[in-house]
Write a protein that binds this ligand. Sequence first.
Ligand SMILES: Cc1cc2nc3c(=O)[nH]c(=O)nc-3n(C[C@H](O)[C@H](O)[C@H](O)COP(=O)(O)OP(=O)(O)OC[C@H]3O[C@@H](n4cnc5c(N)ncnc54)[C@H](O)[C@@H]3O)c2cc1C
Length: 453
Amino acid sequence: MSLHLLQTKLSGTMTVRDDPEYEAIRSTLTFNARKPPHHPLAIIHVDHVQDIVETVTFARSQNLKISVRGGGHHWSGVAIQDDSLLIDLSRLNQISIDPDKRIAWVQPLVTNRELARHLASHHLAFPTGHCPDVTLSGYLLGGGFGWNGGSWGVACWNVMAVEVVTPDGDLITASENENREWFWAARGGGPSFFGVVTKYLLKLYPLPSHIFTSTLVYPLESLPSLVNWLNTTTQNLPRNVETTLLLTTIPDSSTGATTKRCILSATVFADSKSEVEHALKPFARCDVDHQVMQDLLAPTPFETLFATIDRAFPAGKRYAVDTIWSAASPTEVFSLTAEHFRQAPSEHSLILALLLPPRPRDAPPMIDAAFSLVAPLFVAHYAIWDNEEDDRTNLDWSRALAQDLEHYCVGHYVGESDIVDSPTRLERSFSTNAWKRLQELRRKYDPRGIFDC
Ligand SMILES: Cc1cc2nc3c(=O)[nH]c(=O)nc-3n(C[C@H](O)[C@H](O)[C@H](O)COP(=O)(O)OP(=O)(O)OC[C@H]3O[C@@H](n4cnc5c(N)ncnc54)[C@H](O)[C@@H]3O)c2cc1C
């Protein structure tokens, strides 16, 4: 096998293990500072789609595996696989918007912020992810829980077509009308997908003119009452209100000491001030005792939303992240999570929950796609710390919480689960039927397992 033969066919750059810069490049591939202990044979920064075709064709001829790296934001570091040819898509970041048709073709490495900014200049929007620098690549492929998802749906439901390099090295387009099995798998397959997505065609929405947020802060001791109140309140909220409950540790403004708090925030994506006031009225009237602070009806355009979330997940930290979908009583689930949260060894760690409003009786069934698992309650826990010597303590905390949550868990979200260290997470991110179909399609289209990482 001569990797140099591949290099001669590429216009992008290839770095192999013997190259002096290999380790430095490998260490920049993931957002999480806790780097995966895996070493691809070569890291290939592709310049354009033909480089991907050449790499896949070469891998097939040499019986090698391919791993695909979008923005490297999957917390688990799944993109970095031993002995693979790693295709790094970071140079593919073009956007092409057709404002009249309200569609856009985007390359994988466009970030949430870049997309939102470009769309805003046309008064358009998309359910981008919550953090500004996460790229669409893996976000869309794994499903995508983005802003105003209650109204606009899961991001992958708004993917109208994909362009894919297949394990045979062919470049195909897949949509409802052609290559439908590929289209089915690309909407939610995540790391189980068996090709390289080089472009997504997105359905766009008019940009809501009024995006406002109300925030309520409580001591951790008020969590049970707050959850009860929230559980009732979310039943009647319009679907364009996104409600998040965050358990976090913040400095007390008077003493400077840190305190564990629950922060409830509700953002509405509306078209008038009166719609905003009506939608967020329940939060102004929240009668749960011991409120520490409230900030009602604050204007929060996308840029502000991004900035707020970005502060919670700084670059350079070490992360261990896991998620569950649950259909259990939120009161029980939160009583358990609060107990664990009190014991968190790091003050940077967070627990975040979404209580989804019930689907209206007349809502259409879920779109038939690989993305196939949701439940009324989503809980994500983020162990966040600074130093390698604290890995053991923080990982133990994260895994103990994950293990206790198992009791309430009906599945996981592939985009934010510990799919590398807990391999069952991957399968349990799909409905039984969807997982079975995904495996059948993998065997059909990638019989040699080029993308089996
Ligand atoms: C700070 C932060 C905030 C986040 N916020 C959200 C959020 O609000 N909502 C949400 O839903 N998720 C969120 N996530 C999770 C994130 O969307 C997923 O982890 C997603 O996979 C990241 O995309 P990526 O391109 O960086 O993936 P990578 O880490 O680069 O890749 C992960 C895997 O996805 C596959 N893959 C990625 N791109 C392609 C492609 N083009 N073709 C084929 N396979 C591909 C590969 O198998 C790869 O191993 C967040 C993550 C972080 C770190």
